[in-house]
Design a protein. Structure first.
Length: 313
């Protein structure tokens, strides 16, 4: 059986790509590694931020939806994103930085057993910085040295992702029985799962909460993508998903990676995405994110697409 090796990326909605670009590049110090469009709706930006090359496990991605209303929080949603930083001193650095940039944040606390600093972006997306405490990270994660953030305090990549559901056991079965995550902690209303033993870069916490489902808007999370090595593994997982009774999209070629999508029985949208070919398939490392990149099937519509997009730089 193949093994999930951690998070791949996570995708959100933003109302304003320019404001989003400013926050994630200039405040969080991430590199914009790809400026492209939603392949299913090319009238909207799709922005990716991450490390030097947007390595799997570091990618935060945003669809711009100018008409997006506010998120009405509730259950049956992905509700918080963990981001790893090197040390406890990093949390102190970030608390001061958030004060400097007037970022909404809490006090340094603990979350899933790690020192943590919760904060929100400009649209209310909930995030939390987590002390990685010197633990290993994937060897191919590479720092972007032009970041405005001190190198020793930079955000390393994705950590614990929080999912809130009406029925905990349903999503537990998806993660544990179907995808092979290991349950490492459990209480009445919460459980923690890991795809890589002891590592936050493949960790998901599932919380049970009754009430109405979240109504998505700006600052809400659309889906979580998890890593598979290649298309052979992806086809294997496509069959597994269908065997468990979920509806799969089948393999979709996103040019930068190949994916399948499915919803679990709480309605949580998961993507499974291949590591490659990655964002350098149509760009040098030095030029990543600097111009509008389009997959080949949209290239003949470039003039029309660019005319409909507002400049964000």
């Amino acid at each position: 059986m193949y093994k999930i090796s951690g998070h791949h990326h996570i995708s959100m909605f933003t109302k304003n790509a320019q404001m989003n670009n400013q926050f994630y590049q200039n405040v969080l110090g991430l590199r914009r590694v790809k400026k492209t469009v939603n392949q299913d709706n090319p009238s909207m930006y799709h922005l990716f931020y991450g490390d030097l090359t947007g390595s799997a496990g570091t990618e935060l991605s945003f669809f711009e939806m100018p008409m997006a209303g506010r998120t009405i929080r509730g259950t049956n949603a992905i509700t918080q994103i963990g981001l790893l930083v090197p040390s406890f001193e990093s949390l102190e650095y970030w608390k001061k930085r958030f004060e400097q940039f007037d970022v909404k944040h809490g006090e340094i606390t603990t979350y899933t057993g790690q020192a943590a600093l919760p904060f929100e972006d400009t649209e209310g997306l909930r995030l939390v910085l987590l002390n990685n405490n010197g633990e290993e990270t994937p060897t191919y994660w590479s720092a972007w040295e032009d970041s405005s953030v001190d190198l020793e305090q930079r955000i390393l990549g994705m950590g614990t992702v929080e999912i809130t559901v009406r029925y905990l056991n349903r999503t537990a079965r998806t993660l544990r029985d179907m995808l092979g995550y290991v349950e490492v902690a459990r209480s009445d209303k919460e459980a923690i799962y890991q795809s890589v033993a002891g590592q936050a870069f493949g960790e998901i916490v599932v919380k049970e909460q009754v009430g109405p489902s979240e109504k998505p808007g700006r600052g809400s999370i659309h889906h979580l993508a998890i890593r598979v090595k290649n298309e052979e593994e992806l086809k294997y997982w496509d069959e597994v998903v269908k065997e468990y009774g979920f509806q799969s999209t089948g393999v979709v070629d996103r040019f930068y990676f190949k994916s399948i999508y499915f919803r679990d029985s709480n309605g949580i949208l998961f993507e499974m995405a291949t590591d490659g070919p990655g964002f350098t398939v149509d760009s040098t490392v030095e030029a990543l994110g600097k111009k509008l990149d389009l997959p080949p099937f949209l290239e003949d519509k470039r003039a029309e697409i660019e005319a409909g997009l507002k400049p964000i730089d």
